[in-house]
Write a protein that binds this ligand. Sequence first.
Ligand code: AMP
Length: 221
Amino acid sequence: MNNRMIFLGPPGSGKGTQAGRIAKTLNIPHIDTGSMLREEIASGSEEGKTAESFMSQGQLAPVELVIKIIKNRLSRPDTLDGFILDGFPRSLEQAEGLDKILVEISQKIDFVFNIDLSENALIDRMAYRRSCSNCGEKFNLKLNPPAENGTCSICGEELTRRSDDNVETAVKRIGTYKKETAPLINYYKGKKLLVDINGNREISKIFNEIMDKLGIKTSSL
Ligand code: AMP
């Protein structure tokens, strides 16, 4: 099996879009800690309230909460044929926590895709990012616009903008990425798992390159 992956990259690099497409194509779970934390906030729990106070400042949510969420999710049987971790791990402490969980569940990571993009492009991407309030489909008003402005092309519902996609918070999130997450590039390089992907290209080209690295011919799909 080659289907256990981590998608690494700064906020706005397009890793969520690629992770979603690859997961759908391979029929494996897309485990996205940002969305899971937003669900925790929406549930109104105390943990969600604490997480929100960090997220609204562009900082990382508490490591204990994120590890708990990932441990629960990876122990579900639908991960046995593979999974994509999107936005996790985001610090060395989280990566070491993941290593422990993987030993406990007798799993290992096959690939870490590092999707990168220049800083100016990241802020631009976040500013134009929208997602469907109903089905979660992601759009970018410049790069991947919906057929009709403000409405989801899949289900017709209203598109919304994440509260942390404003320029001020976006800049802080990039700062957090550089300080906390970028060291993971060397961590996974050392484990010979890292695959660098240039994120400054069309969505379909990046998708095809990732599939190619996974050894899957897109023409055969
Ligand atoms: P994302 O949807 O991946 O851009 O994440 C949105 C926000 O959720 C981040 O800016 C963090 O505040 C928080 N978050 C997501 N994943 C993690 C994680 N693995 N560890 C800590 N905080 C996270």
